[in-house]
Design a protein around this ligand. Structure first.
Ligand code: ADP
Length: 268
């Protein structure tokens, strides 16, 4: 994108995101007021797409980190690495976002090690500071910097949930699966499958989501529906595509699989 990109260019080039409510407005207000944002919601319901869409719309570079249980503060801030016989400091994604005035998105932040919250705290209050102990720097986040984190409250981690002292530092919003007509349009646009066929898949997903809780930890995500529609659009028979995308990824339990297949057979 040329440096002179206009707001119109940026919106046009932003990855497709179908708003479901007022989330774009809230994101933009939080960004302009330099407030950090917490997105809650199940996997595959559009959180990552939303953040990349908003980063492009606001013209900010995006640094996305998928957090996992080995992720430490140093993975985010940076570390000294041996390069060509020399030891050099290499910024981690959080430090880069602070230096460059970008958006840092920490997906599934509760998975990360505890020491990560220690770096996030001074960044999420009005000081907006990132201390780099190893280099002795104290970085002041510029206006373009924004911290966005997400987590899935549905995972019911007993040990892993966001402490109130951390979550109360964020403006927060809940994501859920889009209403049926919007989800149909999203799946059709992403897969190229007709809206009629996508509507049938969304109806099926609603039925399968009702089985969540009884036997399933998570309901069918929009992402899996997009996969399913994409395979069907290549000419794959519907029952094969649904098994591969809406049954196998959800459970290993044969009885539960059978229940899902019965619901699918009743639909198609
Ligand atoms: P999450 O980050 O919540 O796990 P993603 O943002 O990766 O989920 O969404 C998974 C996929 O679902 C996306 O790649 C996109 O194809 C589709 N999707 C879900 N919601 C939307 C939406 N509102 N607009 C556009 N695409 C969406």
């Amino acid at each position: 994108m040329p440096l002179t990109a206009t707001q119109g260019d940026m919106e046009r080039d932003a990855p497709f995101y179908q708003p479901v409510g007022h989330e774009c407005d809230l994101f933009e207000r939080a960004f302009r007021q330099r407030l950090p944002l917490l997105l809650k919601g199940p996997t595959g319901c559009g959180k990552t797409r939303f953040v990349s869409h908003m980063a492009a719309r606001l013209g900010r570079p995006l640094f996305t980190v998928s957090c996992h249980d080995d992720l430490t503060a140093a993975d985010l801030t940076g570390r000294y690495l041996l390069q060509g016989g020399e030891t050099r400091w290499v910024d981690g994604p959080l430090t880069r976002a602070v230096r460059e005035g970008g958006i840092c998105y920490l997906d599934e932040v509760v998975e990360a090690r505890k020491d990560v919250t220690v770096v996030l705290h001074p960044l999420t209050d009005d000081r907006r500071l990132l201390p780099l102990e190893r280099t002795g720097e104290l970085l002041q986040a510029p206006d373009g910097f924004m911290l966005v984190v997400s987590y899935n409250p549905g995972y019911q981690h007993i040990l892993k949930s966001l402490k109130p002292s951390t979550r109360q530092r964020f403006v927060a919003m809940t994501f859920n699966f889009p209403p049926p007509e919007l989800e149909r349009d999203i799946v059709a646009r992403e897969s190229g499958l007709s809206r009629e066929k996508c509507a049938a898949l969304v109806n099926l997903a609603i039925r399968l989501r009702e089985m969540k809780g009884q036997d399933l930890e998570e309901g069918v995500s929009t992402r899996l529906l997009v996969y399913c529609a994409t395979l069907i659009a290549t000419g794959m028979p519907i029952l094969e595509a649904t098994r591969a995308t809406l049954v196998e990824p959800l459970t290993d339990d044969e009885d539960v699989q059978q229940g899902l297949l019965e619901a699918i057979n009743a639909t198609f």
